[in-house]
Write a protein that binds this ligand. Structure first.
Ligand code: SF4
Length: 243
């Protein structure tokens, strides 16, 4: 039974909840908001954790190699879409060694539904080859080593470290970027600067869970377009609330 991976680290392109041609999408205020005081930031997270007590990684995987591969594939698509192809991919190529030695055309064919399949196939195979060549086929458990792998940036590495190795860290994907600004947790746009702001705001034992919790809220309610502010439990304290 594959583990339920939580983190869709790589940000899916949110399309919002509606696609009505007649009605333009409502937008939450994207104007810079004032930073909220730390107690209010903590209250927001408390409410979100209550709303999503089971927030967890939503990718399917059975090993660190499979999680790393799934996270790379999740760029520009959704976890649901990735899960549709990884069953077959990991059945055919269950280890880094098998993927490293696999037919690139076969890999492309399997992962095609995730989009950008030429680049992604090359990326996951190059990554698998480096895992075999430099790490004995195993996924390293440090940020420094992970980010030397092809296709692996800080965000992807933090997902793997948090989900698979239980290390504390922030995963600043597109949802965390958007919500952090809307909630007044940061004024920065750069993911690394946002990460530093969040690190200062919250205790380190909460970083990984809060990352996932914010990602879940971004996927389920605080959409890029048409955020569901009327239903949101933060609508009385969120500086971007449209209620
Ligand atoms: S009230 Fe909720 S849904 Fe609306 S912008 Fe704030 S966090 Fe997002």
């Amino acid at each position: 039974m594959p583990k339920k991976a939580m983190a869709k680290q790589v940000a899916p392109k949110l399309k919002g909840k509606t696609s009505s041609k007649a009605k333009p999408a409502a937008k939450a205020s994207e104007k810079p908001v004032k930073l909220v005081p730390k107690p209010l930031a903590h209250e927001m997270m408390k409410r979100l954790q209550k709303l999503y007590p089971d927030a967890d990684c939503e990718l399917n995987f059975d090993s660190p190699y499979q999680l790393l591969t799934a996270v790379i594939l999740s760029a520009q698509t959704t976890d649901v879409q990735v899960n549709k192809v990884t069953g077959k991919l990991f059945s055919r190529f269950p280890t880094a060694k098998s993927l490293a030695e696999g037919s690139i055309d076969e890999i492309k064919e399997i992962i095609k539904p995730t989009g950008y399949f030429n680049a992604k196939a090359q990326s996951i195979q190059n990554c698998a080859q480096q895992l075999v060549l430099r790490f004995g086929g195993k996924v390293p458990n440090t940020l420094e080593e992970l980010t030397t792998l092809p296709g692996v940036g800080r965000k992807t590495a933090n997902v793997v470290l948090g989900v698979e190795f239980g290390q504390r860290g922030w995963t600043v994907d597109t949802h965390v970027q958007r919500l952090s600004k809307r909630l007044g947790l940061t004024k920065n746009a750069d993911p690394y600067k946002i990460e530093l702001d969040l690190i200062k705001l919250f205790p380190d034992e909460d970083w990984s869970n809060l990352s996932i919790t914010i990602i879940w809220h971004g996927r389920r309610m605080c959409f890029a377009r048409n955020p569901d502010c009327p239903a949101c439990p933060l609508n009385d304290i969120c500086p971007s609330s449209m209620v």
